[in-house]
Design a protein around this ligand. Sequence first.
Ligand code: SF4
Length: 494
Amino acid sequence: MEEEQDPLWLFGDQLGPHIWSRGDHEERDIILVESQSAFTRRGGHRQKAHLLLSGMRHLAAELGDRAHYQRAAGYREALIDLGRPVVVYEPTSWAASRFVHRLADEGLVSEVLPNPSFALSRIDFQEWAGGKKHFRLEDFYRSQRRRFDVLMNGDEPAGGRWNYDHDNREPPPKRSTLRIDDPWWPTEDDIDEQVRADLDAMDVEFTGADGPRLFAVTHEEAQSALTTFIDQRLPTFGKWEDAMLSKDWTMAHSLLSVPLNLSLLDPLDAVHAAESAARDGSVGLAAAEGFIRQILGWREYVWHLYWHFGPEYLSHNEYDAHTPLPDWFRDLDADAVTAHCLSDALAGVRDHGWVHHIPRLMVLGSHALQQGYDPAELTEWFRANFVDGFDWVMPVNVIGMSQHADGGLMATKPYTSGGAYITKMSDYCRDCEYDPRTRLGESACPFTAGYWTFTHRNSKKLRANQRTARSVASMTRLDDIDAVVEQENHRTRF
Ligand code: SF4
């Protein structure tokens, strides 16, 4: 008689067929656990809770008798109740990883398998990382392109260039929206209705607003979202990927970060779809390269550096920033904010749990850096409030890229700017009470004045960095810098 295989326990971010149908898993029962304590302990955005529950329940419905869906006080209780050991993939955070290894010690987990949600394995990353002390995306990205033979012609990059960033940084067109086809939108069903009712009944303080589901939660939906993006939106994506328009929150972005981070899609499938479109000429190479860089480059880089740097990475604080997040920021109170760009970014987080990478980096992150918000607290804020913000996503994005709190382990300089950048890359400043050219007085733009104040506060460190030394030199030539710093140190309104 054949021995029955241990069931496969899937977390809520391990939902695609490339996860549960690979190898011998076809034969295994699937265990999905809705843990009450996971929600009550961590809260977070209401729409993220909806996506996770909806995704798990849709998978259970799709798998039918093969799935065992358990609602329990916690994961351990569910596994004890099951009465059989389970196989599990390495989860996506340090805390969860320690937890499943404890469950293995207790005999509730029989095997912890490598996580298959990313193209590059952790072992291969460690080999690539070797003894490196500093990491640069471009090196990693090129090695990924070569290793997976993506957009390559033999040993050379297709088109003769690795990087099309220069073509992909155009300001927005002079109209209120891009006027391109909509992204794929889901249609809610009975499962979503039940999820909404269950979340209403839960005694949990979620952040953000409820709203119609905006992201894919099944593999089929994720495929539709990918196809719509490649066919209808990718051609426009590249050149305006950094641009912002106040009346167009999605611009030409793919909205695939949620289905990718729920592991509904194999990242290489998304990469190959974009590559095929570039090869058959239906999209430009620059647009395809920009998208592939996000998935095969940045997303994989962030995942691997999360593990490589370890949990102590969160304690880095290069600029000694300890300001607690103000209540209006923590509460996503966009109406309390005058600055048009900042108010709109906060409203986007409140209403969708998502804004694209430039409002994240150059509005929310830049504001936080200028104001000296505590980087670990800010990282947790991003994790909790973004629908694609899982534990592994935010440390490198926030501590490393946005706040430069790690002192340059994975980026060469802090990303912040005055109002000039936001003026160039958006339509926000036209309808703002502040003036992006002004740093002193009633109409002083908080980004422009904030930029100089940040530079002044950290001039010693910024002067020592080749890439920021010029900003310090410019700051020292401002004859009103002391007054600007005094004004910003007492600013109560943003
Ligand atoms: Fe933002 Fe300043 Fe422009 Fe207002 S003027 S939208 S605060 S950059």
